[in-house]
Design a protein around this ligand. Sequence first.
Ligand code: NDP
Length: 291
Amino acid sequence: MAQIIDGKKIAKEIREEVAEAILKFKDNNPALTVILVGDDPASHVYVRNKARACEKAGVISHTIQLDEDIEQCVLLEKIEELNNDTSIHGILVQLPLPDHIDETTVLEAILPEKDVDGFHPINVGKVVTGDTSGFIPATPAGIIQLLHRSGHSSQGKHVVVVGRSNIVGKPIGMLLLQKNQLGNATVTYCHSRTHNLADFTRQADILIAAIGRPEMITGDMVKDGVIIIDVGTNRVIDENTVKGYRLAGDVDYVSVFPKAKAITPVPGGVGPMTIAMLLKNTLKAFKLLTA
Ligand code: NDP
């Protein structure tokens, strides 16, 4: 029977470790500022959850709410102000941004030392070169911890990543490729232009699905003994639920479960790790900036 990798439990462990580390600094606490542009309801929920988790861990959090139609230069000025504010250690701009704002310009404006989301090109470059002084984006960093803390080594394993986004697919493959204890995998990337996807997924010792297509990876697409990390968080209409929808992963849990050695559930797998790793990154920024 497959081991269910409990993201809630592992995330709690990490949040507690962060809280314990922060206690040692006594009156001096890490501070994170989240900039939220516009009224996207999902973004509001994420930001609220981040603020709550910060409070519990001892991270001071501020949210700056800006109007949907704010000019890009005003947003950039705000970021500059925060870059120069020594009482702020982490800056995060909640994505997505409205269409008239150029995401790349905004992310590049954040001081790399305060870029706790790890999206600045300098931090992206550090992930690629294996320089551990930067920030790893929270979701891939969380996946590394899920594998490590549930006892699954990637050493010499064939990892197949389905998805090549900058926030999940590309960085998780890069991290697992690194020549270190948490890496040393052979990595294959697949995406929407991959021919015969199942030929690749069936070779995976560890399969990471970051696709955004509900239940796309089915039991016939994996081999016996596979370890599954399901990043997908998709809303699927379900009239049997109070909300009218349920959350589904990118993996068809029912057909994959009997073949898997271990699997992350949705919800309760990768999802809870993201905020935990954001807190860890904020603590790291605080240590770097106050050392
Ligand atoms: P993107 O839409 O940015 O990327 C999806 C990737 O999947 C792309 O590389 C795309 O290929 C590939 N893809 C799409 N369709 C297929 C297909 N039919 N066959 C093979 N590959 C395909 O998504 P994200 O990486 O941002 O997110 C992926 C999923 O993870 C989503 O469900 C998202 O909600 C979830 N997520 C969860 C997080 C969490 O739990 N904390 C955090 C971030 C994301 P191509 O590049 O060719 O278009």
